[in-house]
Design a protein around this ligand. Structure first.
Ligand code: GLU
Length: 334
């Protein structure tokens, strides 16, 4: 008898569980956050945002009457990076994306790569970690500064990535084109470290938050790579000429055998959306991150320095989305 009751009640449990699953599936609205390569920080950023949203959705659903409000579910797939993400937002394929502050600026203003394709409906949500622009070179290539890259095999990044665009801006400032190098490759951020470790390339350019596991691999593999300094009047000119660039330092000891600070210029990682995305959704995303802030910061060591008051202004050149403003005002941040 006891056995029958137990199996009856487990059958009932399964029934209830599957019924409530159908309920969620019916009322949920799915949206996408574009990120970057699977070994970068953007991928972690997008997934951390989804995690915070799902966490607050669960607690909200707890006290909610059945079917009274929409549930949002998000995915944050790996992508080609900043410019790809902004393009997908403009096309209505992604609702959010992570993008470098320089590409946020160019897209909304129709400058640089976005000339003739201005996307004025781009909206800022908040900024996240710093991304120093880094050129990592393998030890044997003996590259100490930008001019040593002459005649080397260099990965300039996949089209669509932020680092590809920023590398091109740096090359422009330095007065060189691809012919300055022996050859160039267009590997993605997750392919470039292996190529460097295997000696297939001498160096790569990458804008990414730190510390970063893939860069530690570059530092410790056979390439014994390290980030070079990017300084001098040309780089200073970039920093002085644009609000979306700033001086940046990767402190010594960040990576194994990194004995000196690497001084360079950098951008901010930012989260962007479209004016077409609803106020409700943007509000909920912002609220989920801001109200689970300590947990959010624990999702990646590059988030350690985040402060709410800076996140709502630094590196943002597109107008803030009204859903974000609503939360920042409500929380007394604005
Ligand atoms: N900054 C890079 C880009 O815009 C991505 C860096 C990352 O994936 O963390 O493409």
């Amino acid at each position: 008898m006891k056995k029958i009751i137990t199996s009856l009640s487990s059958a009932l449990l399964i029934l209830v569980a599957s019924l409530s699953l159908t309920n969620v599936a019916k009322s949920a609205e799915f949206f996408t956050i574009g990120t970057g390569g699977p070994t970068g920080v953007y991928f972690q950023t997008g997934n951390a945002i989804c995690k915070m949203l799902h966490k607050s959705a669960i607690s909200a659903e707890h006290g909610r009457k059945k079917g009274t409000a929409k549930a949002y579910r998000c995915t944050a797939p790996s992508t080609g990076g900043s410019n790809y993400n902004i393009g997908q937002i403009a096309a209505g394929e992604f609702q959010f994306g992570v993008a470098q502050s320089d590409w946020q600026y160019h897209a909304v203003n129709g400058s640089s790569k976005w000339e003739g394709k201005q996307y004025s409906d781009l909206r800022a949500v908040f900024s996240v970690h710093n991304e120093p622009f880094q050129i990592w070179a393998r030890k044997k290539a003996k590259v100490k500064n930008f001019s040593d890259l002459e005649g080397k095999v260099v990965n300039i990044g996949n089209p669509g990535s932020g680092q590809r665009g920023t590398m091109e801006e740096l090359m422009k400032a330095m007065g060189v084109d691809n012919s300055f190098f022996k050859s160039t490759t267009e590997l993605t951020s997750s392919e470039q470290v292996k190529a460097l470790c295997d000696g297939k390339i001498d160096a790569f350019g990458y804008s990414v938050g730190f510390p970063n596991g893939a860069m530690e691999q570059a530092a410790t593999c056979a390439a014994k790579a390290s980030p070079i300094n990017l300084t001098g009047p040309e780089v200073q000119g970039l920093i002085d000429g644009a609000d979306y660039y700033a001086q940046a330092v990767i402190p010594k000891g960040t990576y194994t055998k990194q004995k000196k600070d690497a001084t360079t210029f950098g951008v901010k990682a930012t989260v962007v959306t479209s004016a077409d995305v609803s106020e409700e959704l943007v509000y909920l995303v912002v609220k989920a991150v801001m109200e689970n802030f300590d947990d959010f910061k624990k999702q990646h060591p590059a988030f350690g320095f985040l402060e709410k008051k800076n996140m709502i202004k630094d590196g943002l050149s597109a107008p803030l989305h009204p859903g974000a403003i609503k939360y920042y005002k409500e929380a007394g941040l604005m």
